[in-house]
Design a protein around this ligand. Structure first.
Ligand code: AMP
Ligand code: FE
Ligand code: FE
Ligand code: ZN
Length: 281
């Protein structure tokens, strides 16, 4: 059984609609796929409706968190999407993403890039707006050669000239909400580096004590030594090792199924959830 537990669609900052993600996942030989768009569950109905035969869909979301000024991503699976406070908090994050993107575009305009809000909303196409949409707008203007080059101090990388922060949840608060909604919480790519923070073992241990169910081990941005360390840590803390491709379509290069989790991890995460069930047609 091939299981990819981390993917994005154009409902957030991926480039392909949920139905296309499901189709491509099946074509990539996957049996189970979780859709984990940033701060939204809006892609779930389409993914379920357009599920290819033989494919199992797991509803998920990647919640934006912040700890000590660092960005932290918390994956949530199999929660009740109607849970009022979880829905409220994700809406609050989405609303603040718009304010923050407008502010970043204004700074980029002041820097003479020529990027406009209209262009960014066109890139986002109704989805949850994020820095990748602004990065694509910068690339389309020829300011940078490719979107990934926007994530630097020069542009919209953390602390960059045009970077603006946004509302996010304390990870422990996110975990509590996810659990209250019957879901399971999995810490996303703790050792990805890049624009984010290398989350120390002690912090992961504290989150485990707060009810974290799992931690991503198998992620494209984790090197093999980090995988080994995280696998040991997960074992020590009783966390379920998880992961996935974190595919964002053309933004990351299509890579569904490049990372998979074990059937054992899948079973353990399902066992701990009660807010929703995997969908299979
Ligand atoms: P935001 O949530 O709006 O702050 O944007 C964060 C998103 O930007 C992440 O979910 C990734 O999809 C993307 N991202 C972050 N760092 C990089 C990078 N160095 N190169 C390309 N994409 C990145
Ligand atoms: Fe993303
Ligand atoms: Fe992430
Ligand atoms: Zn992700």
């Amino acid at each position: 059984m091939r299981i990819d537990f981390h993917t994005h669609s154009s409902v957030s900052d991926g480039t392909d609609p949920p139905a296309a993600v499901m189709r491509q996942a099946r074509a990539a030989g996957l049996d189970v796929v979780a859709l984990t768009d940033h701060d939204t569950v809006d892609g779930h109905p389409e993914a379920k409706r357009e599920l290819p035969p033989g494919m199992t869909f797991v509803p998920g979301m990647e919640l934006s968190c912040r700890l000590d000024g660092h960005s932290v991503h918390m994956l949530a699976y199999l929660f009740d999407p109607a849970h009022a406070e979880l829905a409220d908090q994700s809406e609050r994050i989405r609303t603040d993403r718009v304010r923050r993107a407008v502010a970043m575009v204004s700074r980029l305009a002041d820097l003479g890039t020529g990027v406009t809000w209209e262009q960014v909303t066109e890139m986002a196409d109704g989805g949850v707006v994020g820095r990748p949409h602004i990065a694509r707008a910068l690339a389309a203007r020829g300011v940078i050669d490719k979107p990934s080059l926007a994530f630097t101090k020069e542009w919209i990388g953390m602390g960059g000239r045009a970077y603006v922060g946004r509302y996010a949840l304390e990870p422990a608060h996110a975990i509590a909400l996810i659990r209250d909604a019957g879901g399971v919480a999995v810490l996303a790519h703790p050792r990805a580096g890049r624009d984010s923070w290398m989350i120390p073992d002690e912090v992961i241990a504290r989150l485990a004590a707060s009810g974290l169910a799992g931690v991503e081990v198998w992620h494209p941005d984790h090197d093999s030594s980090e995988r080994t360390r995280l696998l040991h840590l997960a074992d020590e803390l009783g966390l379920v090792p998880s992961g996935g491709s974190d595919d964002h379509g053309t933004l990351t290069g299509h890579r569904l199924g490049c990372e998979v989790i074990t059937p054992e991890s899948y079973e353990r995460l399902i066992e701990r959830s009660s807010g929703a069930v995997p969908v299979r047609i």
